[in-house]
Structures are given as C-alpha cells and as structure tokens.
Design a protein around this ligand. Sequence first.
Ligand code: TYD
Length: 217
Amino acid sequence: MIEERNLAEKNLSGLFITFEGVEGAGKTTQIQLLKMALEASGKTVCVTREPGGDPVAEGVRTLLLSTEMSSRAELLLFLASRAQNVERVIRPQLALGNTVICDRFIDSSVAYQGVARGLGATTVQDLNRFATGDLEPDLTLLLDLDPAVGLSRQKTRNRMEAESLVFHRKVREGFLEVAANNPTRFLILDALQPADTLHLQIMEAVQIRQRAKQSQS
Ligand code: TYD
C-alpha cells in the first residue's frame, strides 16, 4: 500500500507551490507576479485557492466565510474544500507536469484552526493528511507580517478577517512555528519588503526547487 502511494506521488511531476501568511500580507500580488514569470519561461501554471478551487469547494467557501459555526465544523469544512481541490484540481494538474500555485493550503488550517482556534496543531496535521491523501507542497512561501499592519491594509473584512488582533497574532505564531518545524519546505519572507524585492527572492527559491524536481524525475 505504501509502495503504491509512493509510486503515485512520483508520477506527479509538476511543481506544487503554496503561499501562506496573515491577512493583507500581499499573497495575491506575489502569486500574480510568479505566475507571469513562470509562464514567460514556458511553464503551464494553474493558480488555485483555499478555501475554493472548484465549484463544490467554492460553495463551501461561501458558507465558511459568511456563517458563524463551531470550530470543529469550521475545520472539517476547510478540509472538505481541500479534499475536493486536491482531487479535482491539484493532483490532475501536477500529473500533467504543470506548476500549481495554491493561495493557502494545509498550513493555514494548522495556524488558524489548530493554533488560533485551539484545536491543536497535531490533530489538524493528522486530519490534513487524510484530506490530501498525504500530498505536501514542494515549496511553501510564508509572507510574514505583523497582522496589525496586514489588517489595516484591508478595506472589507470577511468572517475570519473580522476576528480580533489577538486571534491574528496567534495565527502568525502558528505559521512561524510550523515553518520552524519544516525548514526544508518553507521560505519565510519579510512581507514589509517592496513587492519586486520579494518577487526576486521567491523566483530564486522556485528555480532551486524546479532544478531539484527535474533531477528527481
Ligand atoms: P480569503 O479572503 O481568501 O483571505 P486571504 O485573501 O487572506 O487568503 O479568506 C480565507 C480566510 O480563511 C482567511 O481568513 C484564512 C482562512 N482560512 C482558515 O482559517 N483555514 C484554512 O484552512 C484556510 C485555507 C483559510
């Protein structure tokens, strides 16, 4: 069984990149810059987001971002959205050899639900593994920022963004903790830097991962 799964993962030749960070850290700008740069170098790029990614997951997103619910129900809905996005969008694209960029993924659940909501990082990591069938990003770019700065950049706020500053500070700590525990997968970036400086740092990290992935296949 384990051998079969390893074989399946080897067939995913595309590079899987995720962006994480507190609210207002500038993920959207960096994702667009990265997509354009990779496409200019001849890559086919699929950009997806969580919660969301396909019609079912987008339906779950609408519910999640608008409706008050229990923390456990919230976690399970984020995971339902992720399971759908992985099976219907991310794995098929990676199997075609395309690059997938996902705006938030497993680490958001660990930081928001595991740490800030207090459900426990280990519990969330275990459930994440079930939801994704053990799929992990090749590279995770953490745009690190004081959440007070990030929130002040936002004009409107959804249900999660409307949480207290204390909550968002816990989210930031959660991200930094998971990054410290996964140093080879993560690159932590100071999100206060100018967008073009951040883009150069991101491109360097992506190129290193691209070369490593090519040498694996
Ligand atoms: P969104 O508007 O997409 O925020 P952003 O542009 O900052 O990514 O809203 C998604 C919200 O859901 C955001 O506040 C982070 C939160 N979230 C979780 O709490 N857990 C998760 O697993 C994911 C993927 C997102």
